[in-house]
Design a protein around this ligand. Sequence first.
Ligand SMILES: Nc1nc2c(ncn2[C@@H]2O[C@H](COP(=O)(O)OP(=O)(O)OP(=O)(O)O)[C@@H](O)[C@H]2O)c(=O)[nH]1
Ligand SMILES: [Mg+2]
Length: 197
Amino acid sequence: MFESTPNKLDDVKITDAEIKPRLAKIVVLGLEGCGKSTLLNVLAKRPEEGYSPTQGFNVVQIQSGECSLSVMEVGGGPSTRRYWSHFTSDMDLLIYVVDGSDKNNFNESKSELMKVLAESTNQVPCLLISNKQDLENAEKCSSIFNSKDLKEIGRKTSGNITILDATCCANGGEGVSFRETVISIMHNIITKFSSFI
Ligand SMILES: Nc1nc2c(ncn2[C@@H]2O[C@H](COP(=O)(O)OP(=O)(O)OP(=O)(O)O)[C@@H](O)[C@H]2O)c(=O)[nH]1
Ligand SMILES: [Mg+2]
């Protein structure tokens, strides 16, 4: 039987334990109109809104098992893009969204991604999303990012790249399973690759 006596406290060893934050920081970037706010709306189970460019940033916080995930979108318009690097320090995961239906913007989108990675001081995992797969002409991640691109991104992410072809528009039952898929991908990357846990 367990006996509690005051003297027993003398035997207690106190060590310095690092208390890790339990809130993972996930930053969502990509050019204007690629679908970042739409993705956040899906995650937050908010109804779809029309296009209203994000001037600053939006955050939603969701719980996934033992992880709290803070998912932050920063506007992708040229004037807001200049501030991306202010948001990327200490991130645990970068989600980079490309409008898969907008071929004309692929090069600009990739070059903005390379800039973000070049400016980032730490190596973070990266989830690349080719969005708007519901549109007929949409390209998949595998054709937007060639092996040279992936090699370059891999150098800045310790090779921790995940790709996802997606339709972010919340549409009934499909929207629900898409939300769960994205949360589970974020959770897996955070727990596997990040120093978060
Ligand atoms: N067809 C289609 N349209 C989408 C999809 N995802 C988003 N959109 C539409 O694309 C437009 C822009 O979406 P937003 O999510 O506001 O874009 P954003 O990346 O947040 O843009 P900024 O805040 O300006 O950087 C909206 O009209 C959305 O409804 C998708 O998967 N398919
Ligand atoms: Mg937005």
